[in-house]
Ligand binder design. Sequence first.
Ligand SMILES: *Cc1c(COP(=O)(O)O)cnc(C)c1O
Length: 337
Amino acid sequence: MVKINWDSLGFDVVPTKSMFKATCIQGGKWEGGSIIPYGNIELSPAANVLNYGQGAFEGVKAFRTVKNNIVLFRVDKNAERMAFSTRRLCIPEMDVDFFINAVLKTVKDNVDYIPPYGKGSLYIRPVVWGTSPGIGVKPATDYTFMIFVSPVGPYFKKGLKPLNLKIANQFHRAAPKGIGNIKAIGNYSASLYPLAQAKKEGYDEVIYLDAVSEERIEETGSANLFIYKNGIIKTPPLSGSILGGVTRDSVCVISQKLLNIPVEESDVFIKDLEEADEVFCTGTAVVVSPIGKITFNEKTFEINKNKIGPITKKIRESILGIQREESIDLYGWLKYL
Ligand SMILES: *Cc1c(COP(=O)(O)O)cnc(C)c1O
């Protein structure tokens, strides 16, 4: 049996039993692959991914449910997005079934690391890299796909306390027609500095504006943004520099179909944030997290008196309810292990 204190889980890497590894070389296809012991790997210092960042990743969660089943949440969506990301980065396109089977295999071999019902989840990290050596700028010839997992608790240490965010006025996360709409590993390196600065100033995360007009809200470094005002939910449209989150899509479906709250995908301006009844961000890691304070150019405003709002709470609980099988999986989002 594994010894883990399930009550003290944060969002960190906990080494587990094993990981998945497959390769795709010299223009071949993605096939095969195997489960190997969890541990370090060997790469050429000239590997494409280490020099030019040719890599893409995913984030999926597995849960132990109230019915004592083990389920994956919307893994088919992650598989489709991986196919989309690999195409954009000239990585041999990974087909959906290959991806899903590899995730299932990895989770099965690490079931002992899935937290008990209600104590968190198993975060699954599929990642693909160009691994052949090269110094000329071109796509790699050989690729490695790996999946590792880690039991996780809440992403933000403060739990459900509303977040204190800063709107970046010196940095952009992504540009139009760039790679902000795929899960490219390089997108995150651009957001490390603004995030580190913001944390030093006491903020939890950064909100990015669109790189053209600097008036429209896009998203945070790793989560999509929503506002609620006068009975309507609004989120920025997937214009090309916003990552199409699986949680974002789930929130749109749940709000409209389950809670009967209309959702508009339309421009969100700084003023809309200021006047909103509720603001929240969404992602596999953060689920649905309330935002209580936002600062832009030294000016700070509070949302819903810095308390979690009823709509944010309802949406969060609806998603968690489906993930934990406390409510009916109306949309077929669960895949059973
Ligand atoms: C992964 C990610 C999200 C959230 O997507 P989910 O599929 O909901 O986890 C949002 N923004 C960025 C930039 C991301 O990389």
